[in-house]
Design a protein around this ligand. Structure first.
Ligand code: SF4
Length: 60
């Protein structure tokens, strides 16, 4: 299982709120692009998955 970012689900027009929700700083964002997950840092807690209203973040 790993964190997947579905870019087609992200409107890419805002500062991603899930970046701040991640407890280990595994998510980063360049401008308003879809966030990128550092799979080495991610502990698969699912907080960002539950937080993203567009369901662009998934653990699968
Ligand atoms: S699953 Fe948890 S640790 Fe991984 S990127 Fe999302 S919030 Fe961060």
């Amino acid at each position: 299982m790993e964190l997947k970012v579905a870019k087609d689900r992200c409107p890419q027009n805002h500062a991603c709120p899930s970046v701040r929700i991640c407890p280990v700083g595994a998510l980063s964002q360049e401008g308003f692009k879809a966030p990128v997950a550092d799979r080495k840092l991610c502990i698969k807690c699912g907080k960002c998955v539950r937080f993203c209203p567009f369901r662009a973040l998934r653990l699968e």
